[in-house]
Design a binder for this molecule. Structure first.
Ligand code: DNO
Length: 385
C-alpha cells in the first residue's frame, strides 16, 4: 500500500483542469468551495455538486482544503459563537457527503506569505520567493508598523532604504498586493484591516492564540467524533512570526504541544514540508518521528534557504528538506494505517508552456506534474527496497 497521490484543484475556475490532473497521474483531488465567503455555511447541495463534478472526471474528492477558520474564531471575539456554529454545520454537511478529512490553518489574518511570485531560476523557470528585506520594506515603509525595526536582524535593516530606493512604484505595489493576498482565489485584505488585526493580535499573543485554538477544537470535537471527521492543521508558512503576528504551528515544540493539548484522534496534522522546511531550526525527519502518528495529510515541497533565512521554493527532490528521509518515514507510517496517507505535490515551478499562462501562484500544471512524477519515482523506489 503506497501513499495516495492527490492534487489540489481550485474548482471550475482553476486553469488546471480535472483532465490535466488525471493525466498527471493523481487519483484524488483536494478541493474547497473557495467562492463561499469565510465563515459562511457550506450548503450540502454545493458540496454535492462539486463532488459530482470531480467524480465524473474519474477522480475522488478526498480532502477538503480548506474550510477556513473565521478571524472571529481565531481572535475569539464577540461573534465567535456564531461562526463556530456555522463551522460545525459545514462539517456536518461535508460528512453527510462522505467528506471526512479537512485541512485548515490557524495563521492570523494572512495565509502563506511570500514577497515574489515569479523569482527567476537559473534554468529559466520561476519560483515563489520569500525575501526578508522586501518584507521589511513592506513593514517599515508601506505598513509603517510602530516599533517594527526592533523585529529585524540588523543586517536586513541595513538594506531596507537602498532596496526601497531601487524599487519602482509598480514593484512596491506588487509587493503590497502579494503580502495582502492570502489565498489567491479568495479575497485579500486592505492595509487598514491588516493594521487593525496586528493591533488586536498583539493583545492576544502566542498563548492567547493557543487558547483560542484549543477552544476551537473543543467546540468542534463532538461533531468530529460523531461524524468520524479528521481535522488536519497546516503549519505556519513561513514558520516564524511575520509583521509581529503570533504563530502557533511553526516548529517541533509547537507540534508536540498541539498534539498533546488535544490528544484525541480528530486533532490531526497536515505535514507541510515546505512550510516547516523554511525554518533552519526544523529537522523534518525528527519531527515526523515525534508526531508522525498524528499526520493524516502531507504537502511535499522543498525550499532552499540562505544564511539570512530568505528562501525560494526548490525542485521537490532538491533543497534543504531531506525528501528521501521524509518519504522513508511516511512509507513506514503508512504501513500501520487502516487508510493510506494522502500527499500532494505542493506548489511547483512555473515552467515550459506554463510560463505563458496565468495560474494560481505555485499551482501551475507542469511544475507540479514534474514534482509529482519525481515523488512517485522516489516512493516506488523506496517501496521496492
Ligand atoms: C498554500 C497552501 C495553504 C494551505 C492552507 C491550509 O499553498 O498550502 O494555503 O492550503 O494554509 O489551510
Amino acid at each position: 500500500m503506497s501513499l495516495i497521490q492527490s492534487w489540489r484543484w481550485f474548482g471550475p475556475n482553476d486553469p488546471v483542469t480535472l483532465s490535466d490532473i488525471r493525466q498527471a497521474g493523481a487519483t484524488a483531488v483536494v478541493s474547497a468551495l473557495h467562492h463561499i465567503p469565510h465563515g459562511e455555511i457550506w450548503p450540502i447541495e454545493k458540496i454535492r455538486g462539486r463532488k459530482a463534478v470531480i467524480e465524473a472526471a474519474g477522480l475522488e474528492w478526498l480532502i477538503v482544503e480548506s474550510v477556513p477558520v473565521h478571524e472571529s474564531i481565531k481572535t475569539k471575539d464577540k461573534n465567535a459563537e456564531h461562526f463556530l456554529e456555522n463551522y460545525r454545520t459545514s462539517l456536518r454537511n461535508l460528512a453527510a457527503c462522505g467528506l471526512k478529512k479537512v485541512c485548515y490553518n490557524f495563521m492570523p489574518v494572512l495565509d502563506w506569505t511570500r514577497s515574489n511570485l515569479a523569482y527567476p531560476l537559473a534554468n529559466g523557470a520561476k519560483a515563489l520567493y520569500f525575501d526578508w528585506v522586501d518584507i521589511a520594506v513592506f513593514d517599515l515603509k508601506v505598513l509603517q508598523r510602530e516599533g517594527a525595526e526592533s523585529f529585524y536582524d540588523p543586517e536586513i535593516l541595513a538594506q531596507v532604504d537602498k532596496r526601497q530606493f531601487e524599487m519602482s512604484a509598480e514593484r512596491l505595489q506588487e509587493l503590497t498586493d502579494i503580502v495582502l493576498m492570502g489565498v489567491p482565489t479568495e479575497k485579500g485584505i486592505s492595509l487598514e484591516q491588516l493594521r487593525e488585526s496586528i493591533a488586536l493580535y498583539a493583545t492576544i499573543g502566542k498563548n492567547g492564540l493557543r487558547e483560542n485554538w484549543m477552544y476551537f477544537m473543543e467546540s468542534i470535537r463532538q461533531v468530529c467524533e460523531e461524524e468520524g471527521i479528521i481535522m488536519t492543521m497546516h503549519p505556519d508558512d513561513p514558520p516564524y512570526a511575520i509583521l509581529g503576528l503570533p504563530r502557533i504551528v511553526s516548529n517541533e515544540e509547537d507540534l508536540v504541544f498541539l498534539t498533546e493539548a488535544v490528544p484525541q484522534e480528530f486533532n490531526g496534522i497536515c505535514f507541510c514540508t515546505g512550510s516547516l522546511g523554511a525554518g533552519a531550526f526544523n529537522d523534518l525527519p525528527t519531527i515526523l518521528d515525534r508526531i508522525g502518528d498524528r499526520v493524516h495529510f502531507v504537502h511535499l515541497r522543498n525550499v532552499k534557504k540562505d544564511r539570512l533565512g530568505n528562501f525560494y521554493e526548490a525542485d521537490h527532490l532538491d533543497g534543504d528538506v531531506d525528501m528521501v528521509a521524509v518519504m522513508q518515514r511516511l512509507l513506514s507510517l503508512n504501513k500501520s494505517r487502516k487508510e493510506p496517507i494522502p500527499f500532494r505535490p505542493d506548489h511547483g515551478h512555473q515552467m515550459l508552456d506554463d510560463l505563458k499562462k496565468t495560474s494560481n501562484p505555485g499551482y501551475s500544471a507542469i511544475g507540479r506534474l514534474k514534482g509529482l512524477a519525481e515523488l512517485r519515482g522516489l516512493m516506488a523506489a523506496l517501496d521496492a527496497l
